[in-house]
Design a protein around this ligand. Structure first.
Ligand SMILES: Cc1cc2nc3c(=O)[nH]c(=O)nc-3n(C[C@H](O)[C@H](O)[C@H](O)COP(=O)(O)OP(=O)(O)OC[C@H]3O[C@@H](n4cnc5c(N)ncnc54)[C@H](O)[C@@H]3O)c2cc1C
Length: 390
């Protein structure tokens, strides 16, 4: 029988032979589908080699494109990937959100149709939850789906749909029973984005980037057998999906060797822009670094302590709150270190890095709103983790 040491040796050899130089260190992590090109051969080869081996979703069953690894084997794979600084071969909402949800709630048919195409990186997914009048109060959503023979007909609007313009499929919360109490009339549907009833309009962000959209449904259709769980039970399943999103852990479970905090991200900037030292900034930089390391270690410990790699429940809001604050802090410290050089939007006189830091500082404001605002995460922690009264 193969021991864990044998397995480690096997993984090490496989990585040595199969992880190209261009898939090590910072770079593109594909999110699936073909609408956003993979920029270089190494990233493409890495994705395809991992997909063939099941390492894009290492703990999923082999029948659905995974490698069927045990928890111990999976942790070894992560350690060995980290040791060579290998990037995650595949990210996005397929491996991170809807995949784990289908494993838990999907029918055999849904798993067979959707999971292998997620694992191979063939299909990119987006999340149709928020609406113009349903964000924090998501259960107020009004997009209507009516059963009609072997399909549902969908009308309404979603907003802030990240990556909708590049997605092939959407998992979508819809109202199937307008007369039921609001949490009970909701269902989770899977629908093909490439159909005449779906219109996507990108929204421009303050940073100049444009990665989310308004999505309109005019008699869009979903197959009846793409209803996940029972009709009217979408709220429970949709909330579970959010826990996968907020933990950031399924991203690890998707095979990610996330950026390692080996070196303090501010060191180089401090040396270049504050050679004489600024004690306050240095203190903030060190404080950030320690909290970021603690966050990563806690995430890893949570994976290691879970029996079968399952995402925890409402505690995931703690991860989300910490991650949002950390990302904003990182952008803020960087922009303060570079000072006046961080005021450039474009043009000569500012380096590409300075412009990037400036735009990132603007862009990262979104973090304490996306995936549920900080206030909503704190409400969940207070009520569902600490058990404080409503
Ligand atoms: C970058 C980004 C990406 C996103 N991607 C997606 C996506 O892919 N798919 C998708 O469906 N949605 C997406 N969203 C939408 C996101 O989930 C919502 O923006 C978020 O849930 C907040 O909803 P809202 O914008 O309607 O704000 P509102 O709910 O109107 O909130 C406004 C303010 O009121 C506060 N507030 C509201 N209710 C309470 C309360 N009960 N207690 C205390 N404070 C409260 C909020 O904290 C916030 O500060 C994305 C958002 C962002 C910023």
């Amino acid at each position: 029988m193969q021991t864990l040491n044998d397995f480690r040796r096997e993984i090490r050899d496989w990585l040595q032979d199969n992880c190209p130089a261009g898939a090590r260190g910072p770079g593109q992590v594909p999110n699936g589908g073909h609408k956003v090109p993979i920029r270089d051969d190494d990233t493409r080869d890495w994705l395809h080699r991992c997909a063939r081996k099941g390492y894009t979703v290492p703990m999923w069953p082999t029948s659905y494109g995974g490698a069927g690894l045990s928890m111990d084997q999976y942790l070894i794979l992560l350690e060995e990937m980290r040791a060579i600084n290998a990037r995650s071969p595949l990210g996005g909402m397929g491996v991170g959100l809807i995949g784990p949800t289908l494993l838990e709630y999907g029918t055999d048919g849904q798993k067979a149709r959707h999971l292998p195409r997620i694992a191979s990186g063939e299909v990119r997914w987006c999340q149709g939850y928020s609406e113009p009048n349903a964000g924090s109060d998501l259960a107020s959503l009004q997009t209507r789906a009516v059963a009609d023979g072997d399909r549902y007909v969908i009308n309404g609007q979603k907003i802030w749909t990240s990556g909708a313009d590049h997605a092939d499929w959407m998992f979508c919360l819809v109202r199937t029973d307008p007369n039921a109490p609001k949490h009970e009339g909701i269902s989770l549907l899977l629908l093909d984005m490439d159909q005449p009833g779906v219109t996507v309009r990108p929204i421009q962000l303050i940073s100049g980037a444009s990665f989310f959209c308004e999505t309109f449904f005019d008699d869009a259709v979903a197959r009846r057998d793409d209803l996940v769980g029972e009709q009217g039970r979408g709220w429970t399943i949709g909330k579970r999906l959010l826990q996968h999103e907020r933990s950031g852990i399924t991203i690890l479970a998707g095979g990610a060797a996330a950026r390692e905090p080996e070196a303090n991200p501010f060191q180089r900037l401090l040396a270049e822009y504050c050679p004489r030292g600024d004690m306050d900034l240095r203190r903030r930089a060190i404080d950030y670094d320690m909290r970021h390391r603690a966050y990563r270690l806690t995430q890893r410990r949570t994976v290691a302590e879970s029996e079968d790699g399952q995402t925890p429940g409402p505690q995931t809001s703690i991860f989300e709150l910490c991650a949002a604050n950390l990302e904003k802090e990182e952008a803020d410290v960087k922009s303060r270190i570079i000072g006046m050089s961080g005021l450039g939007w474009e043009g000569e006189g500012f380096s590409a890095m300075e412009i990037h830091i400036m735009r990132e500082w603007l862009s990262v404001k979104r973090r304490s709103i996306a995936r549920g605002s900080n206030e909503i995460q704190m409400n969940i922690i207070a009520k569902r983790v600490l058990g404080l009264p409503d």
